[in-house]
Design a binder for this molecule. Structure first.
Ligand code: SAM
Length: 195
């Protein structure tokens, strides 16, 4: 099983977009308790030999996960504990990436919501903007970014932000997140300003 039901949201997004494949470098933001990393890891360690050239059970691909909260280790997943809004943590993430081009950035980061719509919208937007900044500076030209967002105040500006930076943009509402009606995921693929 998975550490959280969140895995099924990523599964739906992955199945809709054909996002995750063995051999990729994936950065998982807001990764705790670790279900998304578990899902990606399983895609990288196919049970059948041959997929992406990996032997049975062998991990083919790399995952870097980051969260404010602690994270029970997952074999083959590099974990960084800290606040994505802090420069020192971004530097640690940069070091873990080590100059490689990233295939996919997935962010399930969500701020603690205050219930005050404008300040919540600003917090959400800030995290998405930082994820966008990281994505545009680290993704391969045909790479992808998936971010959790919330319908409501600030949503259309985030869609515009994605459209400014990616050639293809999609909003996906997984069935697995129906309990939280405002939750939606924005996916962008193919950097507009890449070489
Ligand atoms: N995708 C995860 C999984 O599958 O297990 C669930 C993620 S949970 C919905 C959201 C996570 O975002 C929380 O663990 C929270 O600590 C993290 N988060 C929120 N703000 C953050 C920040 N500024 N920096 C790093 N992590 C953050």
């Amino acid at each position: 099983g998975y550490r959280s039901r969140a895995a099924y949201k990523l599964k739906e997004i992955d199945e809709e977009l054909g996002l995750l494949k063995p051999g990729q470098l994936v950065v998982d933001l807001g990764a705790a308790p670790g279900a998304w990393s578990q899902y990606v890891r399983r895609k990288f360690a196919p049970k059948d030999a041959g997929a992406g050239g990996a032997a049975p059970g062998e991990l083919h691909g790399a995952i870097i996960a980051l969260d404010l909260l602690d994270f029970e280790p997952i074999e083959g997943v590099t974990f960084i504990q800290g606040d994505f809004r802090e420069e020192g943590i971004l530097r640690q993430l940069d070091e873990a990436v080590g100059g490689r081009a990233v295939d996919v950035v997935i962010s399930d980061m969500a701020p603690n919501l205050s219930g005050i719509e404008v300040s919540d919208a600003a917090r959400i937007a800030h995290l998405v903007e930082l994820a966008m900044e990281f994505a545009t500076t680290h993704l391969k030209p045909d790479g992808a970014l998936v971010c959790k967002v919330f319908h409501g105040s600030g949503y259309s500006q985030l869609v515009e932000l994605f459209k400014r930076n990616f050639r293809v943009v999609k909003a996906i509402k997984p069935k697995a997140s129906r309990d939280r009606s405002a939750e939606t995921f924005l996916a962008g693929r193919g950097l507009k300003n890449a070489g």
